[in-house]
Write a protein that binds this ligand. Structure first.
Ligand SMILES: NC(=O)CC[C@H](N)C(=O)O
Length: 357
């Protein structure tokens, strides 16, 4: 069946429907990973977004039970150049098409995703619609497409209750702002006991389990929408070691009176070079973010830049002075992408050890 992708600037692409039929409006973003579509689909940070993959063939290793980052696809829609209908992989249990159908997600294939990406890169991220409506009329839908926005999606994707994982090592309270499961796995692999808290948990509730350290996860949306979590972080700083990832990194900065802003077209992919300023080494990182901390808003008395993006020089990591707190904009838990920066989980373990001694 025919499907249409229309961008708010009036660009119209025609392709073929896969997944379910229907209509979806969202922010159109591109991911440059050559593999990892399952992790991308299930990363809650994509809540409210329609994702296009720049790699031309998607679905070739099917869908397996191991590579998911949450229980269901979180994207609003999925755009590909060519959908593979005959996957080949020993772990695959179904095709990407069947998986998206089962989860009620709209897909469109046959799109020149590189042309689409060039538009997003030159004009910036924008809203769009994917529809199988044969009588679709752009002009009469434009207002709806333009005005689409999602307010505080963190509360949609966070756990509704505390989840406990046994472990004999450090006790970590993990605030779920839209968590990728590999953050939990990365802690469990290091022997930690983990309590996953809903995003609305108050500092007292989190501190009540007497954690050795606190992690603030990744998550969707504009960090400035998360005032409650920012207040919670203010009440946690200085009390326990803190490690923040992506949205957790941005919110920690906002809790310290720094500012965040929107990137023109975001960083989403598996090959973003990031320099660890202290080690003087550049690592290849996995990224998925549309906002960033604004460098000139950082108070040098309170914080220093620990990591920088080598493509556009943006802030990718912050260390706080006088308190055991550090945060990064990229994904040390990878999934998808390289595990080169997993050492940050070990640094978090060292930080908890030092504070405990
Ligand atoms: N992966 C994330 O945590 C993303 C953080 C935030 N939603 C952004 O787009 O910048």
């Amino acid at each position: 069946m025919k499907a249409i992708l229309a961008l708010e600037d009036g660009t119209i692409f025609t392709g073929k429907s896969f997944g379910v039929e229907g209509e979806v409006i969202g922010e159109i973003v591109f991911n440059t990973g050559m593999t990892g579509y399952q992790e991308v689909l299930t990363d809650p940070s994509y809540c409210g977004q329609i994702v296009t993959m720049t790699y031309p063939l998607i679905g070739n290793y099917g869908v397996n039970l191991e590579d998911i980052e949450s229980s269901r696809p979180q994207v609003k829609g999925f755009i590909v150049r060519e959908l593979c209908k005959t996957p080949s992989n020993w772990r695959s249990i179904e095709t990407l098409n069947d998986y998206l159908k089962r989860h009620n997600i709209i897909g469109i294939e046959g799109i020149d995703t590189r042309a689409l990406t060039k538009i997003l890169r030159s004009k910036g991220t924008m809203n769009g619609i994917v529809t199988t409506d044969e009588n679709f009329d752009f002009e009469s839908n434009l207002e709806r497409i333009k005005s689409y926005g999602i307010k505080n999606p963190v509360y949609e994707v966070t756990t509704k209750e505390v989840i406990h994982y046994e472990g004999k090592g450090f006790k970590v309270a993990l605030v779920d702002l839209g968590i990728k499961q590999n953050i939990v796995r990365s802690l469990l692999n290091r022997g930690c006991e983990v309590f996953v808290f809903p995003a609305w948990s108050k500092a007292e509730e989190i501190l009540a389990v007497n954690p050795d350290g606190i992690m603030l996860s990744n998550g969707p949306g504009d960090p400035k929408d998360c005032n409650d979590v920012i207040d919670t972080i203010k009440n946690l700083i200085g009390k326990k070691p803190i490690f923040g990832i992506c949205l957790g990194h941005q919110l920690t900065a906002l809790a310290n009176n720094a500012n965040t802003g929107r990137l023109k077209y975001g960083h989403r992919g598996c090959n973003h070079p990031v320099k660890d300023m202290e080690k003087d080494l550049t690592y290849i990182t996995s990224q998925n973010h549309g906002y960033t901390i604004l460098e000139d808003s950082l108070d040098p008395e309170k914080m220093e830049i620990s990591h920088r993006n080598m493509n556009d020089n943006t802030v990718e990591g912050v260390r706080y002075k006088g308190v055991p707190v550090f945060t990064v904009q990229f994904h040390p838990e990878a999934s998808p992408g390289p595990g080169d920066t997993a050492y940050l989980f070990d640094e978090f373990m060292d930080m908890m050890r030092k504070v405990k001694e």
